[in-house]
Design a binder for this molecule. Structure first.
Ligand code: MN
Length: 332
């Protein structure tokens, strides 16, 4: 109908964008359909029964769970954050896809937060930082978590955010050529040893820089590894060979070597981390992983959520991230 978003866009642009975000995660058809319908029970006369009849009970059930989750958000406005978080976790006990839609919904709302009245922005941003971003992290979705954190940070601490962004710009102007040189040298060294790989430059996100400065009580200038590289290879053996190449080309920094391949993180994250002193005595952090590991690192639970033989992989218990979430829920 004639409903409009705070942005003035026709309302239907929102569910379409939410569905589009989930398409990027390559989720199954039912999840995408439920995303398109996610606000219908709450905001229109449409009932659960009608959704079941037209779209089937799987989609109807997902939309119904989302509606319950939203009511819970609203009711717990004054509740303690921890309690809110616990309820959120409990709500997904039957289907993690509900939470994936909720996170995509929150991401689109954060991307369009500048259209919301300033008084409402802070609370939405605060909830994002305290509940949804950590949740995305626990579900192993680092890309989503970073974007939620940076968007919330921009609204909650605009001055700090602007300062860090301008410092990053300065640094980029100063060190841009050096970074390109390090990337070229890395590629060159790997090619010489016959390791096929992709080297991607990576700048730390504003919020994680700020958190580090706060935690360690240090200035921007004192931060060492603002720059990092991701090295993506085909096979697990290549990861270890790549570490060997890096460590025999440049001195490594003590205490910075971490092998999350032999000991993965609870949310399924696998990668080798190391920091070396590269050309120009610039410290650079390297994250070395296979393309498959990269997929899990970016998409977490969603990477496991693809339908196999019409059944969700989420139900098969093969995802460590999902197992971890269940354990958290059970412990509460
Ligand atoms: Mn929505």
């Amino acid at each position: 109908g004639a409903q409009k978003r705070a942005s003035g866009d026709p309302y239907f642009s929102h569910p379409l964008e939410v569905a589009a975000i989930l398409t990027e995660f390559r989720l199954d058809d039912a999840t995408i359909a439920a995303a398109m319908l996610h606000d219908t029970i709450e905001d229109t006369p449409v009932t659960r029964e009608e959704l079941d009849r037209v779209f089937g009970t799987e989609i109807g059930g997902l939309v119904d769970s989302l509606t319950k989750l939203n009511k819970l958000d609203f009711a717990s406005k004054h509740a303690v954050q921890a309690e809110n978080f616990r309820k959120l976790l409990l709500a997904i006990a039957d289907d993690a896809r509900v939470l994936l839609i909720k996170l995509a919904d929150r991401l689109h709302n954060m991307r369009t937060l500048h259209f919301v009245p300033p008084a409402k922005r802070a609370r939405i941003a605060q909830d994002t930082l305290e509940i949804y971003a950590p949740l995305a992290g626990r579900m192993g979705m680092q890309g989503l978590r970073s974007e939620l954190e940076d968007l919330a940070f921009r609204y909650l601490m605009p001055d700090a955010h602007a300062l860090i962004m301008s410092r990053l710009e300065e640094l980029k102007a100063k060190n841009g050529a050096l970074i390109a040189r390090i990337a070229d040298e890395l590629k060159d060294q790997f090619a010489r040893r016959g390791i096929k790989c992709d080297v991607r430059g990576r700048q730390k996100q504003a919020y994680s820089i700020w958190r580090k400065m706060e935690r360690n009580q240090i200035s921007f200038e004192q931060l060492s590894d603002i720059y990092g590289f991701r090295i993506l290879v085909d096979k697990v053996e290549d990861c270890y060979e790549a570490v060997g190449v890096a460590h025999t080309t440049w001195p490594s920094v003590m205490g910075r070597f971490k092998d999350y391949i032999s000991t993965p993180k609870q949310n399924d994250y696998r990668s080798i981390h190391t920091t070396v002193v590269g050309p120009g005595t610039q410290r650079v952090e390297l994250q070395i992983r296979t393309y498959d590991m990269h997929e899990i690192a970016e998409y977490g639970i969603a990477a496991h959520a693809l339908y196999k033989d019409g059944r969700s992989a989420l139900d098969t218990g093969e995802s460590g991230a999902y197992r971890n979430l269940r354990q958290i829920i059970e412990a509460l």
